[in-house]
Design a binder for this molecule. Structure first.
Ligand code: GLV
Ligand code: MG
Length: 312
């Protein structure tokens, strides 16, 4: 499992940002050819990105390039130039504004052709699908199952809010006038269900008020609590918050590892199914919950501070 707690957006038109991103402590970078790049700057951005992938040091980071969406004329050239130029230095392509599973199938097929032409391992490059409008959300189950290359679904809140006419310009915040609940709950849960049905990760999108780190943290906690794996960061100020909010707390991580170890001991050595760990009753379902927290903790680089001993 790749860790994707913090996913940094880097405009492909800026050699300075492409350089700076390499030194930042994020789990993933996506080098952007889409909305952060002006139409006339796109051809040069492709070249900048190929050069940055080939010559830069991206050690420890998942390397992703966001191409333009399939309603534009740019997508096929984005894919061909990036993958032919640097496909051996690339982990995934991100396809924005996906509305229909056929779009992902198109990208999968094109990737296979380029991989064969270039002599790359076929199927190694993954796909991240951004869900950013009503049609994409309604079709999200089929999209999530459309290719074995898919690694994650990504929520695009800015485009999404625009697409459904939600009455707010502040991405991530509740629209004024709606006090009853969380206006994003349905969308986030819908994405989460589709992703988990196909064992994909699911990533929350940007928070645009980059000076308001408390606001970022509040919005990030909301999707983290539901089960999201990470969130975009647009600025270095948001990175620590993302890494922290999407890592399990040390205490929860220790607890999860203890449950796994204790359950293993009691079910195999003592052949019992539901057992006590201190004051807590644990069973097979507890083990499954613990496996999730433990996997996230391990991926985030946490180490154990407690060990299980059968005596108590
Ligand atoms: C990201 O692409 C968004 O639209 O929020
Ligand atoms: Mg978008």
């Amino acid at each position: 499992m790749r860790s994707r707690r913090s996913v940094l957006a880097v405009p492909g038109s800026s050699p300075r940002f492409l350089e700076k991103a390499q030194g930042l402590p994020v789990d993933e970078v996506f080098l952007d050819l889409e909305d952060a790049v002006a139409p006339l700057a796109k051809p040069e951005a492709r070249q900048n990105i190929v050069a940055a992938l080939r010559e830069g040091d991206w050690t420890g980071k998942t390397r992703v390039v966001r191409v333009n969406d399939l309603t534009t004329q740019w997508t096929y050239r984005d894919v061909i130039e990036i993958v032919e130029g640097a496909g051996d230095r690339l982990d995934c392509l991100m396809l924005p504004k996906v509305q229909d599973p056929t779009e992902v199938v198109w990208l999968d097929t094109l990737l296979t052709q380029i991989e064969k032409t270039m002599g790359f391992e076929v199927g190694r490059i993954g796909i991240e699908a951004q869900i950013e409008n009503a049609r994409g959300l309604v079709n999200v189950d089929a999209i999530a199952g459309s290719s074995p290359r898919l690694e994650t679904l990504v929520f695009g809140p800015a485009d999404f809010m625009a697409s459904i006419n939600m009455r707010t310009l502040v991405v991530g915040e509740q629209p004024p006038g709606y006090e009853e609940g969380d206006a994003y709950h349905y969308i986030l849960m819908r994405l989460l269900m589709a992703a988990r049905m196909h064992d994909l990760q699911v990533i929350d999108g940007p928070y645009l008020q980059i000076k308001d780190v408390d606001g970022y943290r509040r919005v990030a906690r909301r999707s983290a609590a539901l089960g999201f794996d990470g969130k975009w960061v647009l600025h270095p100020s948001q990175i620590d918050a993302a890494n922290e909010v999407f890592s399990p707390a040390q205490e929860d991580y220790d607890h999860a590892e203890l449950i796994i170890e204790a359950y293993e001991h009691y079910t195999t050595v003592e052949k019992r199914g539901a057992v006590m760990l201190g004051d807590e009753m644990i069973d097979e379902a507890s083990r499954k919950m613990a496996l999730v927290v433990a996997a996230k903790g391990r991926a985030a680089g946490l180490s154990r501070t407690k060990r299980f001993s059968p005596e108590g």
